[in-house]
Design a protein around this ligand. Structure first.
Ligand SMILES: Cc1cc2nc3c(=O)[nH]c(=O)nc-3n(C[C@H](O)[C@H](O)[C@H](O)COP(=O)(O)OP(=O)(O)OC[C@H]3O[C@@H](n4cnc5c(N)ncnc54)[C@H](O)[C@@H]3O)c2cc1C
Length: 387
């Protein structure tokens, strides 16, 4: 036997710079010491661990790629590694950071005025304000152009009416980036918690992402000043640009969930004895473990290469889609198979694969379903849109 690292067979870690390795180690240690001890209980009771928000901020994980407004100014590969290590803990942690960083802060940074950026980004970096990104409506998440939420002018103000569904951080957020049709075009508005007519309702009894806040947001004659409009958010393209950044994080996060699932089975298979031998010595089990390692390795290399492209400002939407599709499918298949290799023990919270598999059922759906990403790649290959 050589001394290869079982969870990093191609030494992808060796491709990282020293500072990227440091980011990875720091977040992995935080997850190990502070998130894992509480995450099962959060999942069981459908509670987002808000007590971790100040620590996430202290570690510089909110808006980590921002070079101004207090952001850590890290590169995208580092952001990917943050997502990977958080999701090795639980997809809920990564989801909270993705939405805060890529969707809410990313949208304000890219589409906001200097005043909006100055007012909101520093407290969001510091975790003093949480954000959400409200695009999806009940009648068609894959086709957001059908949105019915409207913003109408009333004097110098805008008045919003409509409802959004499945919004991550929805009940926690101090500030919502809300997409609505305004003057015949899709635009985005900043709506603060507590604004009269704005209500958020927690989606309960989820079987997936149970440690995440998912909410319905309702807007009834919600009046906001003209300064609440994000001037750069013109049309759906602006929303899709923010989604590309968040999907980039998911590409890495999925690797973390798969890696954690495989790690738990590797330990179990050594100690579980069946038919006079450890499970790890059975050929069929070895094929399944090797298959998981093969797919994780390919996903790690894909994420790393995408990070290189993103850091050069060259990552194309179809490349991000291919990687989101590949890596989340890989993680979901591996988490399910690891659950099976644990036998009955795998259905409890004593082992992580089933929790990861349940979470990944959401991850494969949000930020573009698997089919939507396949269609984006198909369009890239053929030049034909088949949506
Ligand atoms: C836990 C969770 C958190 C979320 N967080 C957020 C959030 O923070 N903000 C936000 O705005 N949204 C959020 N979403 C919503 C998410 O983005 C949508 O659920 C997703 O885009 C899919 O939309 P839908 O659920 O309406 O499914 P639909 O769009 O109705 O899709 C149903 C099925 O049809 C398939 N399909 C769609 N189009 C085509 C086509 N052209 N051809 C063939 N098949 C097709 C899909 O792949 C899917 O299998 C979240 C969802 C979940 C589950």
């Amino acid at each position: 036997m050589s001394d290869l690292e079982p969870l990093d067979l191609y030494d992808v870690r060796g491709l990282l710079s020293e500072s990227e390795q440091l980011v990875q180690e720091t977040v992995a240690r935080f997850v190990q010491r502070e998130a894992l001890p509480i995450i099962d209980a959060c999942f069981a009771t459908e509670r987002f661990p808000t007590e971790l928000v100040p620590r996430l901020a202290e570690l510089g994980l909110f808006g980590a790629t921002l070079t101004e407004h207090g952001g850590a100014g890290l590169n995208y590969t580092s952001y990917g590694l943050i997502c990977q290590e958080l999701e090795a803990g639980d997809s809920a942690l990564r989801s909270c950071v993705s939405v805060q960083s890529s969707l809410a802060m990313g949208c304000i940074a890219a589409c906001g005025t200097p005043e909006q950026r100055e007012q909101l980004l520093p407290p969001m970096v510091a975790g003093k304000k949480l954000g959400c990104f409200a695009l999806t409506e009940t009648h068609g998440g894959s086709d957001p152009a059908r949105m019915r939420t409207r913003a109408e002018r009333s004097g110098r103000d805008w008045v919003l009416n409509g409802a959004k569904m499945w919004i991550t951080n929805g009940t926690l957020a101090d500030i919502a980036v809300v997409w609505a049709v305004a003057d015949g075009n899709i635009g985005a508005f900043l709506v603060e918690r507590g604004t009269p007519g704005f209500e958020s309702r927690l989606v309960k009894d989820k079987l997936s992402l149970r440690a995440s806040s998912t909410a319905e947001l309702i807007f009834t004659d919600v009046r906001v000043p003209s300064s609440a409009r994000l001037p750069g958010a013109q049309g759906l393209k602006a929303a899709l640009r923010c989604l590309d950044d968040a999907r980039f994080g998911i590409v890495w996060g999925a690797v973390g969930a798969a890696r954690a699932s495989l790690a738990s089975v590797l330990v179990y298979a050594q100690s579980r004895e069946l038919f006079g031998q450890p499970l790890a010595g059975k050929q069929l089990i070895q094929v399944r473990l090797a298959e998981a390692a093969r797919r994780i390795t390919a996903a790690q290399l894909l994420a790393w290469r995408l990070g290189q492209l993103k850091d050069r400002g060259e990552a194309a939407t179809a490349q991000i889609s291919l990687a989101k599709w590949n890596n989340v499918r890989m993680a979901l298949d591996i988490a399910r198979d690891c659950r099976d290799m644990l036998g009955a023990a795998g259905i409890t919270l004593d082992h992580c694969p089933m929790r990861h598999a349940l979470n990944l059922e959401s991850v494969i759906t949000y930020e573009g379903t698997e089919s939507v990403h396949q269609l984006i790649v198909g369009r890239e290959l053929t030049g034909e849109s088949a949506f």
